[in-house]
Design a binder for this molecule. Structure first.
Ligand SMILES: *[C@@H]1O[C@H](CO)[C@@H](O)[C@H](O)[C@H]1NC(C)=O
Ligand SMILES: *[C@@H]1O[C@H](CO)[C@@H](O)[C@H](O)[C@H]1NC(C)=O
Ligand SMILES: *[C@@H]1O[C@H](CO)[C@@H](O)[C@H](O)[C@H]1NC(C)=O
Ligand SMILES: *[C@@H]1O[C@H](CO)[C@@H](O)[C@H](O)[C@H]1NC(C)=O
Ligand SMILES: *[C@@H]1O[C@H](CO)[C@@H](O)[C@H](O)[C@H]1NC(C)=O
Ligand SMILES: *[C@@H]1O[C@H](CO)[C@@H](O)[C@H](O)[C@H]1NC(C)=O
Ligand SMILES: *[C@@H]1O[C@H](CO)[C@@H](O)[C@H](O)[C@H]1NC(C)=O
Ligand SMILES: *[C@@H]1O[C@H](CO)[C@@H](O)[C@H](O)[C@H]1NC(C)=O
Ligand SMILES: *[C@@H]1O[C@H](CO)[C@@H](O)[C@H](O)[C@H]1NC(C)=O
Ligand SMILES: *[C@@H]1O[C@H](CO)[C@@H](O)[C@H](O)[C@H]1NC(C)=O
Ligand SMILES: *[C@@H]1O[C@H](CO)[C@@H](O)[C@H](O)[C@H]1NC(C)=O
Ligand SMILES: *[C@@H]1O[C@H](CO)[C@@H](O)[C@H](O)[C@H]1NC(C)=O
Length: 500
């Protein structure tokens, strides 16, 4: 029955108060003959659908041009509570956005009629019941987003058949015991978001192997175990790392020479003035990952939160930084749209001065506000910290200093986005923590005096266990037991209201 006119896209965007209704079929088939029009039964079905949704149907042309694109502007908030039967007659529909409505009850099996769907969004409704298996028959699906509802799992294994998937976002499923068998050989997959699904068991290897995935998020699945990084040696070592998750089992007799310092996002940097070597921290952590520096006993770990911005993780500038002579310390910085952890391992018990160095090198003026929180040893030290404000300007150095007691041999620094500030100035994904460098040295009453010169770096195989254990801990913290529970919702609201 496929007349060329029969490719339709139906997008309901109630919050934007507009309805996009496009009949474009670009490229793939030859242009339809001049004057052809929508299949009359499709047109009738559309009329019926719009009428029942209370849309003015006076605007619907009798036979609009199939290759044109028609935007219906709907006045007022659309609060869709049901899907008219006629929608299921539109078997050529390719794009359906039912997100942000008041649909309830189970997903109707009639949607199985819409076998041509390529994009289907249905997040944020009151829909319950199970994730239907028929979705797997939509083998053209490229973009499926189902979350923020009351659905139960499991995700059917048959989903592995949807080989064209590029975006898959399934979240907030109830139930238990979800194996990863639904993950297929999805050559085009770019975003895989499986937040808050009560996923259990080890993370399937395919997740780690898939090089094409730009964004992978399995946070808020507390029963999940395993790791997401290639840094792991794997095998029995991995198991012993996981056994070390409880810090008490880690070797605490190891000592990390102080002063300890890291040039976040940058290459090794030596400051003669401070008599400190800032370790190299230039490893690309992708959208979630960690790096272990076993010779210097520290770990960095990050998990991003925004799949639609190509957030880089490391930012740099060639400009001079005012208020310091150590330009290269501030010219690179590590950043994250979610959370960033630094763990300094093997500190002997005692009081330490912790110094955090910042310069805002991305947001040039006050129209953008980067706000993030800083926790040290699990306690919030700064809320909605704003580098630009603290330093009083762009490309200006600032530092904050605190004294911390270390008793468990590990110093834990956590910087994270708290859901506030601007998201997209000067470009998408410009939010979340940014840090230039960290320095830790023993606290002395006379704070002005330079700390002792550190010993030359020595390799100590025995330290590996400690550091690797913390890596397991950090990855668990970062990827699995994320502490910023409401970040997901903040993220959703940011996507929905980009100006929030
Ligand atoms: C939908 O299709 C059925 C048959 O498949 C037909 O009987 C019915 O009239 C159609 N409804 C509309 C509104 O086109
Ligand atoms: C719908 O509104 C947009 C801007 O809000 C406007 O550009 C467009 O022309 C309108 N379309 C119709 C069909 O009224
Ligand atoms: C949408 O409709 C539901 C059910 O009719 C109602 O409870 C809810 O208040 C409505 N929401 C808005 C924003 O109008
Ligand atoms: C399409 O949905 C209607 C109900 O709306 C159903 O009667 C019909 O059998 C379905 N057609 C197909 C091909 O699944
Ligand atoms: C995937 O998409 C291509 C074109 O985008 C299409 O030709 C192919 O049939 C699709 N694959 C499946 C399994 O449907
Ligand atoms: C995928 O589709 C094929 C053919 O349609 C079917 O034989 C196979 O069982 C499906 N795979 C799963 C996991 O259901
Ligand atoms: C998650 O799974 C566990 C067991 O695997 C189960 O006991 C629990 O009820 C599940 N939680 C939800 C919210 O379904
Ligand atoms: C802990 O490290 C120290 C010093 O490297 C070493 O002598 C000791 O054997 C280690 N203990 C364990 C249980 O590995
Ligand atoms: C600075 O960032 C740009 C863009 O991300 C990158 O291409 C370049 O290699 C970086 N330069 C240095 C010195 O890291
Ligand atoms: C830290 O900032 C203070 C000003 O607040 C400055 O005097 C000091 O030199 C800075 N320390 C370093 C190591 O840059
Ligand atoms: C750290 O320990 C000292 C004594 O050793 C104590 O006076 C101080 O209050 C402690 N500081 C914190 C932040 O717990
Ligand atoms: C920025 O994000 C908005 C919506 O989130 C999107 O429409 C726009 O294309 C994005 N811009 C870029 C350059 O990615």
């Amino acid at each position: 029955m496929a007349s060329p006119a029969a490719t339709l896209a139906l997008l309901l965007l109630p919050l934007l108060a507009s309805l996009v209704f496009a009949a474009a079929q670009s490229g793939q088939s030859p242009p339809p003959p001049q004057g052809s029009s929508t299949n009359t039964s499709d047109a009738a079905a559309l009329h019926a659908v719009f009428k029942q949704w209370g849309l003015e149907d006076g605007n619907l042309p009798q036979g609009y041009h199939p290759c044109g694109k028609l935007v219906w502007n709907v006045t007022g908030f659309r609060n869709i509570t049901f899907i008219p039967e006629e929608l299921f007659n539109l078997t050529a529909l390719v794009s359906l956005d039912l997100s942000n409505n008041n649909l309830s009850g189970p997903i109707t099996p009639n949607i199985a009629n819409l076998t041509k769907l390529e994009i289907w969004w249905m997040f944020d409704n009151n829909i319950d019941g199970e994730v239907p298996e028929f979705i797997a028959d939509f083998t053209n699906l490229k973009d499926l987003r189902i979350y923020g509802m009351k659905l139960r799992g499991p995700i059917p294994n048959k989903f592995s058949n949807m080989t064209n998937l590029t975006y898959l976002m399934i979240g907030d499923l109830d139930g238990d015991n979800f194996p990863f068998d639904f993950i297929g050989d999805w050559a085009n997959l770019s975003v895989l978001d499986l937040r808050s699904n009560n996923l259990t068991g080890p993370i399937k290897q395919v997740l780690q192997d898939n090089r094409r995935v730009q964004h992978l998020d399995v946070t808020y699945n507390p029963l999940l175990n395993g790791s997401l990084s290639n840094n792991f040696a794997g095998g029995s070592e991995e198991i012993s790392l996981l056994n070390c998750l409880d810090m008490k089992e880690c070797n605490q007799t190891v000592t990390n020479p102080v002063p300890f310092a890291v040039n976040c996002g940058g290459k090794e940097y030596t400051s003669d003035l401070l008599q400190t070597v800032f370790h190299d921290d230039s490893t690309d952590l992708r959208s979630a990952g960690f790096h272990i520096d076993s010779s210097n006993s520290w770990v960095v770990s990050h998990v991003g939160a925004d799949p639609f911005s190509n957030s880089i993780g490391i930012v740099n500038t060639t400009k001079n930084i005012s208020g310091t002579d150590m330009h290269d310390l501030y010219r690179t910085a590590r950043t994250s749209t979610g959370s960033l952890w630094y763990y300094v391992v093997g500190l002997t018990s005692g009081r330490y001065t912790v110094q955090l160095f910042f310069a805002e090198i991305v947001i040039e003026n006050e129209s953008g506000r980067r706000l993030f929180n800083i926790d040290i040893q699990g306690r919030t030290f700064k809320t909605d910290f704003n580098i630009f404000e603290e330093a009083r300007g762009f490309n200006k150095a600032t530092n904050i200093t605190l004294v911390e007691n270390v008793t468990t041999s590990v110093l834990k620094i956590h910087l994270y986005w708290n859901g506030r500030g601007t998201c997209c100035i000067p470009r998408n994904g410009t939010y979340g923590p940014l840090i230039s460098a960290i320095r830790v040295f023993p606290y002395t009453e006379a704070q002005g005096s330079p700390p002792p010169v550190r010993h030359t770096s020595r390799r100590d195989e025995k330290r590996r266990g400690v550091v690797a254990g913390i890596a397991a801990l950090s990855i668990a913290a970062a990827v699995i037991f994320s502490s910023v529970v409401y970040l997901w919702w903040k993220w959703i609201s940011l996507v929905k209201h980009p100006k929030a």
